[in-house]
Design a protein around this ligand. Structure first.
Ligand code: PXP
Length: 249
């Protein structure tokens, strides 16, 4: 059944980015997670990168202990990361492609090409009762492969859409919206849970919230940036109300 409410996952990686700039304990990602939840976040998202540039192994341990909402762990498909996930049992793992030199996750996973290595990791995670989401482009072949791999969910990469909005590229905005809509319906009809994220802000969140097949949006950079001006609770509340208004319109 299509969910009436859109879940909102808040990615707190950049709280750790600021903390790590000085190497101390401030600002504390656990405190940020608690404030985000108070303001309406349904889950907390962290990306444990191979180079540990923001979230550290201890952050995952502390968040698992202190946060009573689901934690989504974004991670690369590697033995090291799968073992960390299995040792900590977050509710969901979102497998993302990872390149050391990239500033952020630049594109979706190529599920078709990495099919057999992903199969091994997904079955290990699922046998440890961890839901598995695959971060992919809104592409029918990728979605079909995710289904074949028995993923719980797919997270559709909204980066191209958000970029088109920033550049006021009307043709691309429409094309990307259609691509995201079609992909959401296709995945939903296959029985996959549909999540979406990357680059979302106050301006782009409404159109994603209107796609009923999408049941979760994951947002980080914009919220943490906006928090500098209005505080994390206010930023999450504003995002939450824009999502709810668009969903019920
Ligand atoms: N979803 C996934 C899988 C991501 O890798 C990221 C970035 O860490 C996000 C969502 C959030 O993107 P942004 O920080 O641009 O909101």
């Amino acid at each position: 059944m299509i969910a009436d409410k859109m879940r909102l996952g808040i990615n707190i990686d950049h709280v750790a980015t600021i903390r790590n700039a000085r190497g101390g304990e401030h600002p504390d990602p656990v405190k940020a997670a608690k404030l985000a939840i108070n303001a309406g976040a349904d889950s907390i998202v962290i990306h444990l990168r191979e180079d540990r540039r923001h979230i550290l192994d201890n952050d995952l341990i502390h968040l698992m202990k202190e946060i009573d909402k689901p934690i989504t762990l974004e991670m690369a498909p590697t033995n090291e990361m799968v073992n960390i996930a299995c040792n900590n049992s977050p509710q969901k793992v979102c497998i993302v492609p990872e390149k050391r030199e990239e500033r952020t996750t630049e594109g979706g996973l190529d599920v078709c090409t990495s099919f057999y290595s992903l199969q091994k990791y997904i079955s290990k995670l699922k046998s440890n009762n961890i839901d598995v989401s695959l971060f992919i482009e809104p592409d029918i072949n990728q979605i079909n492969a995710a289904k074949e791999l028995n993923a719980t969910a797919i997270e559709l990469h909204t980066g191209e859409y958000c970029e088109a909005l920033i550049r006021h590229n009307e043709l691309k905005i429409q094309n990307e919206l259609i691509r995201l809509e079609k992909a959401s319906i296709h995945g939903y009809n296959l029985g996959l849970e549909i999540n979406a994220g990357h680059g979302l802000n106050y301006a782009s969140v409404a159109s994603m919230s209107k796609i009923k097949e999408i049941t979760e949006l994951n947002i980080g950079h914009f919220i943490i940036g906006e928090s500098l001006f209005i505080g994390i609770e206010e930023a999450v509340r504003e995002m939450r109300s824009l999502i709810d208004a668009a969903r019920h319109n």
